[in-house]
Design a protein around this ligand. Structure first.
Ligand code: CP
Ligand code: NVA
Length: 302
């Protein structure tokens, strides 16, 4: 049987994604009840971080420990990856010992290469192009607060980045309409927009785009690796802040999400971050529960 990887949301069917979402909410209840559940006893997840992380590292590491297993933090600074050992060789070696590999890196081709040469499941924990683990948590959070997202309208405000691409994939997989309000020159990959025209539309003016939406999502203006563009991006994105005026265009029960870390006063106002419709803290916590469901699915013995 071929090994299952999770590199983008498209690696799973809609049925699998929905099943994972329900399982995540179940596992959340199990953990909150204090019950011990250890389906990954003696299993190890190797975690490669070529970029910084707070939520992803903590949620995968704690998730593995709650499931009875162990997580190993590997950075390029302390491994031979940083000294140029090829991804193919690294994948073979790590997967001969670990039971799963989680990787956060730059080019998406790196995670694809890792998966190609790995004997164990590979999980994409963010590349320049996608952040599928975040979407598992976002979809779970929406479901817990408002029920099914199918048929709803979601607004993405800001950069057509890795998170935006994963929202495009999610629109198809979970069956919602996605409006993208991005400034010119910062659109998502046009091929992805074209391939998903049925679900996705670009509307330049964020105030127009926000009318009657059910969920508003944004992300930083400069992602990891784009630090030197910060000033230029601040100018390009100045009219793309999620603030109270924008949220007032949305449906009265619309939620606000942000994968975090957030920059108050840039992509989101402090008022919106702390408003009652903001579910960013639940969203962050759900990284733990959603990924536990993913780890169980990929790594537990059948
Ligand atoms: N949202 C997210 O992936 O956060 P970290 O970069 O802190 O892992
Ligand atoms: N787009 C952001 C997401 C961080 C979780 C980045 O890539 O830095």
């Amino acid at each position: 049987m071929s090994i299952k990887h999770f590199l983008t949301l498209q690696d799973f069917s809609t049925a699998e994604l929905n099943q994972l979402m329900l399982r995540a909410t179940e596992l959340k209840k199990v953990q909150k009840s204090g019950e011990i559940f250890e389906p990954l006893k003696n299993k190890t997840l190797a975690m490669i971080f070529e970029k910084s992380s707070t939520r992803t590292r903590i949620s995968f590491e704690i998730g593995m420990s709650q499931l009875g297993g162990h997580a190993l933090f590997l950075s390029p600074r302390d491994t031979q990856l940083g000294r140029g050992e090829p991804i193919e060789d690294t994948a073979k070696v790590i997967s001969s010992m670990a039971d799963g590999i989680m990787i956060r890196t730059f080019g998406h081709d790196i995670v694809e290469k890792m998966a190609e040469h790995s004997q164990v499941p590979v999980i994409n924990a963010l590349t320049d192009d996608y952040h599928p683990c975040q979407l598992l948590a976002d979809m779970q959070t929406y479901h817990e607060h408002r029920g099914s997202i199918e048929g709803k309208t979601v607004l993405w405000v800001g950069d057509g980045n890795n998170m935006c691409h994963s929202y495009i994939n999610a629109a198809k997989q979970y069956g919602f309409k996605l409006r993208i309000a991005s400034p010119e020159d910062y659109d998502p990959n046009p091929k992805m927009v074209e391939a998903n025209r049925e679900h996705v539309e670009i509307i330049r003016n964020p105030m127009d785009a926000a009318e009657n939406v059910d969920l508003v999502v944004t992300d930083v203006w400069a992602s990891m690796g784009q630090e030197e563009e910060q000033k230029k991006r601040e100018r390009a994105f100045k009219d793309y802040q999620v603030n109270t005026a924008l949220m007032q265009q949305a449906n009265p029960d619309a939620l606000f999400m942000h994968c975090l870390p957030a920059h108050r006063g840039e992509e989101v106002s402090a008022e919106v971050m702390d408003a009652k419709d903001s579910v960013v803290w639940d969203e962050a916590e759900n990284r733990l529960h959603a990924q536990k469901a993913l780890l169980e699915y990929l790594m537990a013995d059948a």
